[in-house]
Design a binder for this molecule. Structure first.
Ligand code: DX5
Ligand code: ZN
Length: 217
């Protein structure tokens, strides 16, 4: 079982983000996760597409952009132009999810949808045909360093069963609350990308954390 690890720059030092992303790439990160927050969809504000464009100049690994903003359709093009390789938005933040996914895919990058813990995971089932990946949130979006909600594991399993049953190749990503003691459970449930904010960035030895999260055996 191999898992891709995406350190979330939400836990990095915003004043030196170029250096921070290089540090994660050197430590073995598979991609960089960029949490865009608008202070409306979630009770926190981070950064916009310029940060993504600027980070693009520092690292070669894919940029996984997670939009936590209302009506993401207003800005999808901006993030494509900024250099996102994977772009996701929340199912709860729009009434035109399928249209948005098609627009992202037509831009030539991977399209994903993120689902909050209180939203039934079955709500994404009608969209699976349009998706490259689904982000199952392990915490209420807004902040890093929160505790993993244990019910997330069963949600990942249910989603993976449905993807398998329909013979689709949608990747499942888990975002929020991953740590040393639950990473194997999350990967065992079927997640193939794991986001890590606090564990990756706050560790004195990010190489070790990333290698362990990759579950290489
Ligand atoms: C939460 C963000 C996550 C967060 C993860 O709203 O989407 O990406 O930064 O941080 P940890 O791993 O610390 O929960
Ligand atoms: Zn995220």
């Amino acid at each position: 079982m191999t898992v891709k690890v995406a350190p979330s720059i939400l836990s990095g030092d915003f004043a030196v983000m170029g250096t921070e992303t290089i540090r994660m790439q050197k430590a073995g990160a598979d991609m960089i996760h960029c949490d865009v927050m608008d202070g409306v969809f979630v009770p926190n504000l981070t950064f916009g597409h310029k940060m993504v464009a600027d980070i693009r100049k520092y690292v070669d690994i894919p940029l996984d952009v997670h939009l936590m903003i209302m009506r993401p359709e207003r800005y999808l093009d901006k993030y494509v132009q900024a250099g996102a390789d994977r772009l996701s938005f929340h199912i709860e933040a729009t009434d035109q999810a399928a249209e948005n996914l098609m627009s992202i895919k037509n831009s030539g990058i991977k399209a994903g949808i993120a689902v909050c813990p209180e939203t039934p995971i079955t709500n994404v089932f009608p969209l699976l045909e349009y998706l490259d990946f689904v982000i199952v949130m392990g915490v209420h979006p807004g902040f890093s360093g929160q505790k993993y909600i244990p019910e997330t594991t069963a949600r990942i399993e249910l989603l993976c069963e449905e993807i398998k049953r329909r013979k689709l190749s949608v990747e499942v990503e888990m975002d929020g609350g991953a740590n040393e003691s639950n990473v194997r459970i999350i990967a065992g449930a079927g997640a193939r990308v794991i986001v890590s904010g606090s564990c990756a960035f706050n560790s004195p030895n990010p190489e070790k954390v990333i290698a362990m999260f990759q579950c290489r055996d």
